[in-house]
Write a protein that binds this ligand. Structure first.
Ligand SMILES: [Zn+2]
Length: 383
């Protein structure tokens, strides 16, 4: 197993989504590698109905099953966000780092896993182990995960080791998410006759004022779950951000539409129904503004994982790199909700991402040492 060669090959395969390039090629490349480390593999074509109508979605599932042992599933994804303005798919190594799109998020975790599993090729594993390599994580994969469940049983009570995670601590919680697009309605007329129209942009500004007041209230809500010091905050914090507004056609036309996009992140102690209602109550309290919900996207919260396996992994982390820590992530994803709320599984994470790795940005890189350390951590975890 040459982890550097494997990562180079993975990064060279441009798996940008959208649109979702080279998924089959990447799965075909990985399949024999998992067979080499003693796993039975199965490629699963995802029906478009479970991939928001998109074609060509595929997952690679790998098993070394022993039903007498506790169930453990490793999770990963091969897709990456698109790149522009740098040689993102021509991996280069410099000063112990490999640069390339996806090097840290999260192709670099795959060779780490393979290195660890390779050491067990000829000996039994202490877990009833499967690996799920998925696609479309960077857009939305909830239905794909739901489809894959039938090939992954048993999942209830199972441990899910999320390799799409940061390096240097155990991830034990995520933020929930409520994204709302609010369409404010007005009436379009010539600017000189604004008395006859209704200005949707100006009306929207009334809603924005009210939402800013809510933002200040929300951002005082702190979780009891700690976050990594790199985040600049001590504990997980609730968020309400107004990240997009769109409205108006021309400077001399009273606009008849304005769209406000609200991004609300929830600490584990909150729940999506209350958070959604809180926003809608604030919007409804503003008089003389006509609006409707144009779209919404929700990821329910999951309580932070409290399980002896977390302490075990933290101890191993300490043995290998001399650092300990278990923190909540200031991000949201489909996996935690599906595993925690729908499957009754126990999810935690460790991968090769660091703040400085610039994931989703230009010159993304991964430390090769982190890949080797993660491999060692996984190896000891499986012992
Ligand atoms: Zn990722």
């Amino acid at each position: 197993m040459d982890h550097i060669e494997i990562l180079k090959n993975l990064v060279s395969l441009d798996t940008s989504v959208p649109p979702g390039n080279n998924y089959a090629e990447t799965v075909n490349y990985l399949e024999p590698l998992f067979q080499q480390v003693g796993f039975q593999t199965r490629k699963i074509d995802i029906p478009p109905a479970f991939a928001a109508g998109r074609e060509g979605r595929v997952a690679l599932l790998c098993h070394r099953q022993d039903e007498s042992q506790p169930r453990l599933l490793f999770y990963g994804h091969i897709d990456v966000v698109p790149a522009q303005g740098w040689d993102a798919f021509q991996p280069r190594i410099e000063n112990g780092k490999m640069y390339g799109r996806g090097a840290a998020d999260m192709k670099g975790s795959i060779p780490a896993l393979l290195l660890a599993l390779d050491r067990f090729k000829d000996q039994p594993l202490k877990y009833n182990t499967s690996v799920m390599i998925t696609t479309d994580e960077e857009i939305s994969q909830a239905d794909q995960l739901r489809y894959l469940r039938q090939f992954l049983e048993p999942v209830k009570g199972a441990y899910f080791f999320d390799l799409d995670s940061n390096f240097g601590y155990v991830a034990i919680a995520n933020l929930g998410l409520v994204q709302l697009d609010i369409l404010v309605k007005g009436k379009s007329v010539h600017s000189g006759l604004s008395n006859l129209g209704e200005n949707a942009v100006e009306k929207a500004s009334l809603l924005l004022d009210a939402l800013m007041k809510l933002k200040h209230k929300v951002s005082r809500r702190k979780s009891k779950v700690l976050t990594h010091p790199d985040t600049g905050i001590k504990k997980m914090v609730a968020r309400l951000n107004l990240n997009m507004i769109q409205g108006g056609l021309k400077v001399n036309i009273i606009p008849d539409q304005c769209r406000i996009s609200i991004d609300r992140r929830l600490i584990p102690e909150e729940n999506v129904a209350d958070a959604r209602k809180e926003i809608l109550d604030v919007l409804s309290s503003v008089r003389d503004v006509k609006w409707e919900i144009a779209s919404e996207f929700i990821i329910p919260t999951v309580p932070p994982l409290d399980d002896p396996i977390i302490d075990k992994l933290e101890d191993i982390l300490h043995q290998v790199i001399g650092v300990r820590g278990k923190y909540g992530e200031m991000g949201s994803g489909d996996l935690s909700n599906i595993v925690g709320n729908e499957w009754g599984g126990k999810q935690f994470g460790m991968g090769v991402i660091r703040t400085e790795c610039n994931i989703h940005g230009n010159d993304e890189f991964v430390y090769l040492k982190d890949i080797e350390d993660l491999a060692e951590i996984i190896y000891r975890f499986l012992l």
